[in-house]
Design a protein around this ligand. Structure first.
Ligand code: NAD
Length: 304
């Protein structure tokens, strides 16, 4: 098959490119705003392109599009909501329009668990209340609605994956927006303290990037399910303090912990209900936090 990946020079997109290029012809479209050309596997074609200028000719003969390109910074979305909407809403519409016009079979899009806002019940189910608390989350949720519309109106097959907290090799740790695991491992390998915002009792559902790739491949190949949006998480809830313990254990170091003020907008708990993804996409996560941390640590050590 012929596959296009927007944002394929980034963390998650480059892992999808790696796996998909085993058996398919893959082209990555990326403007390198937060990704790196070095992330793109050798056997993959690279087009240096902003999604804002993607057109049907880019997707000629393409069967599947994985849309990963986005402004990934919640803080930036608060500071500059128009920029976020241009990247994440208009960018997605561009991709959907080009895919429709090029007769692409299916578009699999990255959404986010942030669409739930501060959840009221756990684990979070797809049908639960969605109450975005940032322009980023509002953009991701409206993206899901656009995917629904393209399904209904144009028979374009669309699936949106609500990623929970993704971690793994190639996640950037050079910005305040990167994942806590990447930051903790980086500081741990440098013998620095772990900075915890708030009590450390807040929980997250950490999913290893290889599992996220498998969810994408399932979403691309399964018979089109009824639902448009699916959670992609492990169903396991880990507190930041438990994560710090696990990082100590995997790095074999005893690390100081510094407590800082709670960050505004941080939710207290987050954990995915995984039944729908299991039953309707045939996806369940496989990599434990211990194994995922070990593999991410190996990458940090090789890369630093
Ligand atoms: P990333 O920053 O590593 O990857 C994003 C990629 O998109 C980068 O390579 C960047 O250069 C590219 N890009 C950004 N804007 C673009 C544009 N206008 N045109 C072309 N390319 C553009 O981030 P990531 O963590 O790999 O995120 C991938 C997707 O997953 C995003 O849609 C993000 O919102 C979503 N997501 C990620 C997480 C997570 O935990 N990492 C959680 C929920 C959702």
């Amino acid at each position: 098959q012929t596959i296009a990946i927007t944002g394929g020079a980034g963390f998650i997109g480059s892992h999808i490119a790696e796996v998909a290029s085993d058996r398919n012809h893959v082209t990555v479209f990326d403007n390198l705003s937060s990704g790196y050309e070095a992330n793109i596997p050798e056997d993959v074609d690279f087009v240096h392109r902003d999604v804002g200028s993607i057109s049907a000719s880019d997707f000629a003969d393409t069967d599947i599009v994985f849309h990963e390109a986005a402004n990934v910074s919640i803080t930036q979305s608060v500071d500059n909501p128009e920029y976020d909407a241009k990247e994440n809403i208009i960018g997605l519409i561009r991709v959907l329009e080009a895919a429709k016009n090029a007769d692409v079979e299916r578009v699999v899009t990255a959404s986010s668990s942030s669409v739930y806002g501060s959840p009221e019940r756990f684990p979070q189910r797809e049908i639960d209340r969605q109450a975005p608390e940032s322009p980023y989350a509002a953009g991701k949720l409206s993206g899901e609605y656009y995917c629904q519309v393209y399904r209904e109106l144009h028979d374009l097959e669309t699936i949106c994956l609500r990623y929970f907290n993704v971690y793994g090799p190639r996640q950037r740790n050079d910005s305040p927006y990167s994942g806590v695991i990447s930051i903790f491992l980086d500081r741990a390998t440098n013998g620095q303290s772990l900075i915890i915002h708030g009590t450390g009792e807040q929980t997250r559902d950490f999913i290893f990037v290889e599992d996220v790739v498998r969810a994408n491949i399932r979403a691309a190949t399964v018979d089109l399910p009824e639902r448009v949006a699916y959670n992609v998480g492990t169903g396991t809830e880990t507190s930041i303090s438990e994560l710090a313990d696990a990082v100590e254990s995997v790095t074999d170091r005893s690390l100081e912990r510094e407590f800082d003020s709670r960050r505004s907008g941080d939710v207290d708990r987050s954990v995915a209900a995984v039944t729908n993804a299991a039953e309707e996409l045939g996806f369940s996560s496989r990599v434990s936090l211990e194994e995922g941390l070990e593999r991410t640590l190996q990458w940090h050590q090789r890369d630093s």
